[in-house]
Design a protein around this ligand. Structure first.
Ligand SMILES: Nc1ncnc2c1ncn2[C@@H]1O[C@H](COP(=O)(O)OP(=O)(O)OP(=O)(O)O)[C@@H](O)[C@H]1O
Ligand SMILES: [Mg+2]
Length: 248
């Protein structure tokens, strides 16, 4: 199946922490409005690759672009206003601030008018009604699922063209995993591209248009969920690890 024009593109990208790259020669893309999963066992390098794509880590080789912006020549801060949102592992929210202040802080650099800020907050409250109910409460007092929703909402108020999410369902009860994925489907239906790292492989594949499989720092396969299901490549990538499935 043909894929939409790329909004994010990486070519032979290598990313790591020291001299030896963790992710090597990664070539991949996410199309405009497309939902893409990045799958792989623990330690495969999924978070590292996302960090290389969002400017949090400087790739050591290769090329990457977001729209017409050269990612290797940009900082993470410069990529945010261009429309790239990275919801990192572990719910990076301001725990001592209220839900409302977290959302306002999400727009801190966006230079939007008060009216526009309010409109955007209303929009994310429609996606996550529980956040409206809790808007004056301290974020640290929210449940894990609500904190994850807040982390996503904080990215969405910036009106990104692409949201990268690193294991948004980690630690969530199965019904909340479904809720988060449904929200991502809504976001996507509005034309926002999604790059999802998700441990619940089955659910991720049910949601995305395309998936990449990372094994020991190498992208070993990619295709539509149907194409990948026809091979053992996903299962093999988790060999020695349990293939994460939805808890029932
Ligand atoms: N800050 C760091 N400094 C040095 N090495 C790191 C750092 N973070 C991760 N690594 C190493 O990079 C490799 C890939 O880690 P990464 O976190 O990208 O994997 P992952 O696929 O996201 O795994 P998980 O599913 O557990 O989140 C691992 O071997 C890890 O030990
Ligand atoms: Mg990770």
């Amino acid at each position: 199946m043909s894929r939409p024009e790329a909004i994010l593109r990486a070519e032979k990208l290598s990313v790591g922490y020291g001299i030896v790259p963790v992710v090597k020669d990664a070539t991949m893309q996410v199309g405009r409005g497309e939902a893409v999963a990045l799958l792989g066992a623990n330690g495969a390098g999924k978070s590292t690759l996302l960090k290389g794509l969002s400017g949090l880590l400087k790739p050591s080789a290769g090329r990457a672009s977001f729209g017409d912006v050269d990612i290797l020549a940009s900082s993470a801060e410069a990529l945010v206003p261009k429309g790239l949102a990275h919801v990192a592992e572990g719910r990076r929210i301001f725990r001592r601030e209220t839900v409302m202040d977290n959302l306002l802080l999400g727009m801190y650099r966006s230079r939007v008018s008060k009216g526009e800020a309010q409109a955007r907050i209303d929009e994310v409250f429609q996606l996550f009604p529980v956040l409206r109910q809790k808007s004056e409460l301290t974020a640290g007092g929210l449940s894990g699922g609500q904190q994850q929703m807040l982390a996503i909402a904080q990215a969405l108020v910036r009106r990104p063209a692409l949201v990268m999410l690193d294991e948004p369902s980690l630690g969530l009860a199965p019904n909340l995993v479904d809720e988060v994925l449904q929200t991502l489907a809504t976001i996507r239906a509005r034309g926002v591209a999604v790059l999802l790292v998700e441990q619940v492989v089955e659910k991720a594949l049910a949601f995305v248009d395309h998936a990449y499989v990372l094994q020991s720092g190498r992208l070993i396969a990619h295709g539509s969920p149907a194409e990948l299901a026809a091979t053992d490549v996903v299962r093999n990538a988790y060999l020695g690890h349990a293939v994460p499935e939805a808890a029932s």
